[in-house]
Design a protein around this ligand. Sequence first.
Ligand code: 2P0
Length: 323
Amino acid sequence: MSNWVRAHTNIALIKYWGKKDEDLIIPMNNSLSLTLDAFYTDTRVTFDDALTADELYLDDMLQDFTALKKVKTVLDLVREKAGIRSKAKVESYNHVPTAAGLASSASGLAALAGAASLAAGLELSSVELSRLARRGSGSASRSIYGGFAEWQKGSSDETSFAVPVDDADWDIGMLFIVVSDKKKDVSSREGMSRTVRTSPFYQGWLDSLDEDLNAMKQAIKKQDIDKVGVIAEQNALKMHATTLGAKPPFTYWSPDSLKAMDSVRALREQGYSVYFTMDAGPNVKLICRQSQLEEIRTHLLSDFTGSQLIAARPGPALHVVTG
Ligand code: 2P0
């Protein structure tokens, strides 16, 4: 019997940036993402009375206590719900193209929520899985679903979860420009916390979000790639602007990120529907028509190497891996 569970990563088009409750991971704002096929995590959980502590193996390597922290949060919640006392062995494989530097806690914690609840014999609904994944890592709440998903901030543990928005079965794709595979200096957890506490630009960010979210949902409904791209790009730039106002200030951008943004603007001037977004790191993610993706990739080969350019299509929901 296979009890491996697969979750795909997601990229936010309306970003999650800041928590109202850092323990329960209740966000300050709703966010909206696209789940992708190219990057995913496979995870299996085994509860075992013989174990004296939880163990996490990532790509066959036993991880230390720091890596186990988010995992333990999810395992403890599952144990409590299922009335299990045993410790668990967690085996996880990240399927991320080599050296992409895109390993994401979104697919990892979503796969864990699925695998741990399956191993514990819990039959959770998508909403319950989303809430559970959220407690591990906020963005993981959205990786329960395929296509577009919205994490509705809610105001409590019970009311903060993601819901599906659209299956993304239309002409949309993403192209990653990998400019660095180094670990980031400021983690997203620390970065968003510092921004909420100290950046005078943070309130401006929050005030602009209802409009972005409503416009994005309209654009998705109309399958309007240009509107989706324009809103996503502006939203990402606003999020990154808040970090410059923090004390001490920080940025996730590198010179190569700016080079990638310039390439996107140049392609747009040539008539392509192509836009960018960025997360808590220097890599740049392009939003474009799936049907134009290969042409865009070919153009970018004059500025970047082939291995820096990774294409992705909309991906599926969390599922048990069969066979
Ligand atoms: C997002 N990010 O919406 C935003 C945009 C980064 C920038 O979600 O603290 O790893 O575990 O809830 O989910 C990254 O943050 O943070 C993230 P925690 P998470 O995708």
